[in-house]
Design a protein around this ligand. Structure first.
Ligand code: S3P
Length: 172
């Protein structure tokens, strides 16, 4: 689709609520590429939701599954791939993604993230006494890592179409 990609997949990384899935779907449509979401892939393979997986097997097992799913997808045909917020934090996953895909960090401010995750309160990591403080801690811990992505896009409150277009432009 876009020359700069040279057949590589586009991988969206960033925190929960940044809009990776919504923007990714729109981006895939613009670029005429198939879309895949790693959380959804995991849920289909395990026949359980992410929350059920966390509860039944714990986070480390989920992370191992996630790393395998990303590695498999990167070995396959070109896609737009939305990852779960923790995928890029895994060192080996990050190495593979940096080497073989174009990574895009979708960034949003704390209020936007909290507003969006509250619409779909399914994230096990945010089942804490103070989800906002938890999200803030995740920002502090993860931003230095997300920052190593190839392209940074601030999603603000813009519509998913606008953000997807901005990504297409950034690839030109
Ligand atoms: C996680 C993000 C979630 C999901 C899991 C853990 C994280 O995906 O993979 O709940 O560690 O940030 P989304 O970013 O799609 O919500």
């Amino acid at each position: 689709a876009v020359a700069r990609l040279r057949g590589r997949s586009i991988v969206l990384v960033g925190l929960m609520g940044a809009g990776k899935t919504h923007v990714g779907k729109r981006l895939a449509a613009f670029l005429d590429l198939p879309f895949v979401d790693t959380d959804q892939e995991i849920e289909e393979a395990a026949r359980m939701t992410v929350a059920e997986l966390f509860a039944a097997y714990g986070e480390p097992e989920f992370r191992a599954l996630e790393a395998r799913v990303v590695a498999r997808l990167i070995d396959g045909p070109q896609h737009v791939i939305a990852t779960g917020g923790g995928a890029f934090i895994n060192e080996e996953t990050r190495r593979i993604l940096k080497e073989r895909s174009v990574t895009i960090w979708l960034k949003a401010d704390l209020d936007t993230l909290m507003e969006r995750v509250s619409k779909r309160p399914t994230r096990p990591l945010l089942k804490t006494a103070d989800p906002r403080a938890t999200m803030k801690n995740l920002m502090d811990a993860r931003y230095p890592i997300y920052r190593t992505a190839d392209i940074h896009i601030h999603s603000r409150n813009a519509k998913r179409d606008t953000i997807a277009r901005e990504i297409v432009q950034s690839l030109a």
